[in-house]
Ligand binder design. Structure first.
Ligand code: FE
Length: 236
């Protein structure tokens, strides 16, 4: 069995949104796909441990925003690697709220859909939510959609553990190429999201100047993309 086969499956990347009693929730999905045309229905797969799955099941509505190729790492990190139980992921990002209460991301994306939940299928670790289309809109015609292969191969991103397509990094970390950057500094890779800390470049988001060795990063330094701590990095 060749695990690389899974990387030949093609997906997009989407920001899912839902809200219940004022609590917004969302996550990054790659498994979002149209399953019927009349009526139009779209299915999404969500891990049972994912806070958003509870919000979708109870509210009965969810949104899907199609991310574009240059969607910010901060958005992907926040939506993909943190929990809506602790933070409002939509805060700081342009979004609207539908009549049914679903938050809909309106930045770093090309189009959005709003769906009414019509069926749930228990898949063991995940739930397949099937929604009937209520509304949809195109908001950006300039850029291309972000595909999972582009995210993985060009942006060096990895799936979080709750993703349907998650594969243990031990299976793939030795097969991933180093980022296409010309540097002299040592590089350390985040095992969660794939972000690479380059000693010669530093971390501008956190005010770390270029030339700062990984060892000299403050103890409370965290990954600027997904928020994990230094111990989750390994040297390339
Ligand atoms: Fe990270």
């Amino acid at each position: 069995m060749n695990i690389e086969s899974f990387f030949k499956l093609s997906y997009g990347l989407y920001a899912i949104g839902s809200q219940l009693e004022g609590k917004k929730a969302g996550y990054i999905a790659n498994t979002a796909f149209q399953v019927t045309s009349t009526p139009a229905q779209i299915a999404i797969s969500c891990h049972k441990n994912n806070f958003t799955s509870k919000i979708i099941a109870e509210s009965g509505f969810f949104s899907i925003s199609v991310l574009h190729k240059d969607a910010g790492a901060d958005l992907i990190g926040k939506f993909g690697y943190q929990s809506s139980a602790n933070i409002d992921k939509f805060s700081g990002f342009k979004h609207t709220i539908s009549e049914n209460g679903a938050p809909i991301l309106q930045e770093d994306c090309l189009a959005w859909f709003e769906c009414k939940l019509v069926k749930e299928i228990d898949l063991g670790s995940h739930i397949l939510f099937i929604g009937e289309l209520l509304a949809c809109e195109v908001i950006n015609t300039e850029q291309e959609p972000l595909t999972y292969s582009y995210y993985r191969e060009k942006r060096k991103g990895l799936s979080p553990k709750n993703a349907p397509t998650y594969i243990e990094s031990a299976h793939i970390e030795n097969k991933q190429e180093k980022p296409e950057t010309e540097t002299k500094g040592k590089q350390y890779k985040c095992s969660v999201c794939g972000y690479v800390y380059d000693e010669s470049a530093g971390d501008h988001k956190h005010g770390i100047p270029g030339g700062t060795s990984f060892e000299n990063l403050p103890e409370d330094w965290i990954c600027p993309v997904c928020g994990v701590e230094k111990e989750d990095f390994y040297q390339l």
